[in-house]
Design a protein around this ligand. Structure first.
Ligand SMILES: Cc1cc2nc3c(=O)[nH]c(=O)nc-3n(C[C@H](O)[C@H](O)[C@H](O)COP(=O)(O)OP(=O)(O)OC[C@H]3O[C@@H](n4cnc5c(N)ncnc54)[C@H](O)[C@@H]3O)c2cc1C
Length: 385
C-alpha cells in the first residue's frame, strides 16, 4: 500500500524539532554570520553542547542511535524528516548522541573506548578514506599499514577530512600488503598530524599526515582486508541524509525569496507580480517537492532493509543539483542584495555547492545509475520492488 501520511507520533516529532530549531537555533544565525566573517567558528563547541543538552532534556538525543546506547532509535524516514528540519538553518547544529554507523562494527572494548564516548560527545571522530591521489577512485588509495609485531605502522596522507582538525581519533583506511584495505582506529596521540584546508564553505576539512604511525593490532575495526566494504556500506546507508538536509535549506531559501519578492518594488510593482519571478518561484517548488519524494523513497528503502543504492544515488544527485538551482534563483530574485554579506544567501550558496562534490560527485552518481540500468541490476518501471 502506498501511504504518504505521517503517523501522529511522526508528526509530533517533526513539529517538536521544527519548534526547537525556530526557537533555539535560528536566533543564533546572526552570531554565526558575524563569527564566521571574523574567521572564528560559527558556533563554539560549548554553545553547541549546551544546545544539544537542552534538546536532550526534551527527549531529543541520538535520533538514529539504538536504545541500548541511550538513543531514540528512529528509522531512516524519520531521520530524513528531522534532517529536513535541521537543514532549515545554516547554524551548524545537529542533535547529539550520534556516532558514525561504522563504529558499531567495533568489538566490546572498541565500543567502550570509541563508540560510547563519541555518542556522549566526549570524543570527536573523523572518517578518512580520500587521498590526494584517490577521491572518486577510492579503491586506489595508497596509504599503507605494515604489520610489525603486535602493531601496524601506517604511512600516507589523507585529504579533505571533515572534522579532521578537531578529531581526537580517526577511522583511517589503509592497505595492508597482501590483505587489502583495512580500517584502523587511530588516536591523535598515536602521532598523526592535521592541517586545515581553507575552502569556499565555512567548515573547512583537513589533511592528515601519517608518518610511520604505530597503531596496535587491537585497533583494527572489523576484519583485516574488509575495510572497503565497511566504508562503502556506511556511505551508502547514509547517502539520503545529504539531499534531506538540502531540502530544508532550499525551502527556507525559497521562503526568503517569496517574502522579498512581495516587498521589493521595481518599475512601480512588487517584483512578485512579474512572471519572470513567479516562474523561478514555481520551478523551485516543483524541484524541491520532487527531491523530497525521491529522498523519502530512498530512506524508506533503507528502513525496509531493501537495497537502497540506486534510489540513494538518484536522490543524492537530484537533491544536490536541486539545491544549487534553488539557491541560485533565490540569489537572482534578491538581486544585488543577494550577493552581499548582509544576507545569508551567499553563505548558503557557498555551502550548498559542496553537495555536488562530496560523498560521491554528480558524475559518480550518474555513473552508478547508468551502470545499474545498462547491466540490468535495476529495471525501469519498478515501484517499491
Ligand atoms: C568539504 C569536503 C569534505 C569532505 N569530507 C570527507 C571526509 O570526511 N572523508 C573523506 O574520506 N573524504 C571527504 N571528502 C572527499 C570527497 O569525498 C571527494 O572530494 C570526492 O569523492 C571527489 O574526489 P576528488 O576530490 O578526488 O575528485 P576526483 O575524483 O579527482 O574527480 C574530479 C572530477 O572528475 C570526475 N570523475 C572522477 N572519476 C570519474 C569517472 N569515473 N567518470 C566520470 N567522471 C569522473 C569527478 O566527478 C569530478 O568532477 C570531502 C571533500 C570535501 C570537498
Amino acid at each position: 500500500m502506498v501511504d504518504f501520511s505521517l503517523s501522529d507520533e511522526e508528526r509530533q516529532i517533526r513539529d517538536t524539532v521544527r519548534a526547537f530549531i525556530e526557537k533555539e537555533v535560528m536566533p543564533l544565525e546572526s552570531d554565526v554570520l558575524r563569527n564566521e566573517r571574523t574567521g572564528r567558528p560559527g558556533i563554539e563547541r560549548e554553545t553547541l553542547r549546551e544546545l544539544q543538552a537542552k534538546a536532550r532534556r526534551s527527549g531529543f538525543w541520538g535520533v538514529t542511535t539504538p536504545e541500548e546506547y541511550g538513543g531514540m532509535n528512529l528509522g531512516a524516514v524519520m531521520a530524513a524528516i528531522i534532517a529536513m528540519e535541521t537543514g532549515r538553518t545554516f547554524v551548524p547544529f545537529d542533535f547529539g548522541g550520534y556516532a558514525d554507523n561504522i563504529l558499531y562494527a567495533g568489538n566490546e572494548e572498541q565500543q567502550q573506548r570509541y563508540l560510547i564516548p563519541t555518542i556522549e560527545g566526549e570524543r570527536i571522530s573523523c572518517f578518512a578514506i580520500t587521498e590526494p591521489g584517490a577521491g572518486s577512485d577510492a579503491r586506489s588509495i595508497r596509504t599503507t599499514a605494515r604489520k610489525d609485531g603486535g602493531d601496524y605502522v601506517i604511512s600516507g596522507e589523507k585529504t579533505f577530512i571533515t572534522r579532521g582538525n578537531d578529531a581526537d581519533f580517526v577511522m583511517v583506511f589503509a592497505v595492508v600488503p597482501d590483505e587489502g584495505v583495512t580500517c584502523f582506529l587511530a588516536d591523535r596521540d598515536m602521532g598523526w598530524k592535521s592541517e586545515p584546508i581553507p575552502t569556499m564553505g565555512e567548515w573547512g576539512p583537513a589533511s592528515l599526515v601519517f608518518d610511520d604511525v604505530r597503531v596496535p593490532a587491537a585497533n583494527v575495526l572489523g576484519e583485516v582486508g574488509k575495510g572497503f566494504d565497511l566504508a562503502m556500506a556506511w556511505i551508502r546507508r547514509g547517502r539520503f541524509m545529504i539531499p534531506a538536509r538540502a531540502i530544508g535549506s532550499a525551502e527556507r531559501l525559497l521562503q526568503m525569496a517569496i517574502d522579498y519578492a512581495k516587498i521589493r518594488v521595481s518599475m512601480g510593482h512588487p517584483i512578485a507580480e512579474y512572471q519572470a519571478i513567479q516562474w523561478q518561484i514555481a520551478d523551485s517548488q516543483v524541484e524541491i517537492e520532487g527531491a523530497k519524494w525521491l529522498t523519502l523513497y530512498a530512506a524508506w528503502r533503507v528502513q525496509q532493509g531493501l537495497d537502497a543504492r540506486h534510489a540513494s544515488s538518484i536522490a543524492k544527485l537530484n537533491g544536490a543539483v536541486m539545491a544549487n538551482q534553488v539557491v541560485d534563483r533565490v540569489m537572482q530574485i534578491h538581486g544585488g542584495m543577494g550577493y552581499t554579506k548582509e544576507l545569508p544567501v551567499e553563505r548558503w550558496y557557498r555551502e550548498l555547492r559542496l553537495l555536488r562534490i562530496y560523498e560521491g560527485t554528480d558524475e559518480i552518481q550518474r555513473r552508478t545509475i547508468a551502470r545499474n540500468l545498462l547491466k540490468g541490476h535495476v529495471k525501469l518501471g519498478e515501484i517499491g520492488d
